[in-house]
Design a protein. Sequence first.
Lengths: 220, 125
Amino acid sequence: MSKNTLLDHYRRMKKQDIILAFRGNFSDKILEGMVETVKRTLTGKGEEEKISKKVFSVLIELAQNIRFYSEEYGRKGILIIEDRETCYQVSAGNLVRDTEVLSLRERIRHINNLGENELRSLYIRRLRTPMEPGKTGGNIGLIVVARKSLNPIVLTDHPAHKDHRFIEISVRIDKEGLRQAQSPANPVTGKPISDFSEKLRALKKKIWKCLSDFRKSRMF
Amino acid sequence: MENLIREPTEKTLRVSFDAEKGEMEMEGLSYSENTREFFEPLTEWFRQYISEIGKPITLNLKLQYLNSTSAKYLVDFIGILEEFYEIGGEVLVRWYYEDGDDMEEMGEELAEDMNLPFQLFVYDD
């Protein structure tokens, strides 16, 4: 069987647990649809609204960066969101001039090495710097991605046709269950306080996991 | 002066600037690619209001999400109010945020960094 049938794509995406994937130009309309998809899918999985918002925030910043920086005709790129066990991974890819890669790598390295307070300061400083004509604030996008995801931004690049490289920027947003340490605890028993909506979310997650495992076991 | 009204969309804000009362409201989400086209007329309106009318301004912000470009424009925009305040104008910014939302953090950061009266309010939707 050929490796590129639609079924192969489908199986691969299902196995990777891809929530959404798009290749093309990230117009406003497309972005709007993607945001709605993320909201609906994550809510359906029992995720807290805060996590859903972080995921679509990162999605928007990375997608809008593609639209602004892509060197491909039509300013196209690719974006994928995967549901991994403990996090959501947003990956964005596009073509750039090979001369751009070094400075991009430096910028990301710098951002990744900053602590929360330093990131905050950098963010405020950039916000307050008057807008230069012709620029649209793409510089701040990566800072926002770092602040929302609370994880390092990973940059990979591959050779593409002459003078160009294909870059991939990917970042993980942890699922709320991991943030146990930050959830409020009963001062007497020390156990986490949970309210009805939290219990409902937990139940939704269990159901989703069962369904998901069942579907995978019946992989066709 | 004419009032300025913008109906909300999925990715642009609801805006209501009342020249008579000096009450300005911005609400919703902002992540359209046409941020400059959206904010420029707002900025113009404010500059005109300040120079022609100059009465007290209350800016009520009930923002759910801003992409980085919108945040930048918003800050530039509040910067105009800051200038007005610094020359003796009466200004108040009220930042409303949903309990547990990221917008709380943004409000706190702006409250700290912007030099004008800035109040934070939480609501439960």
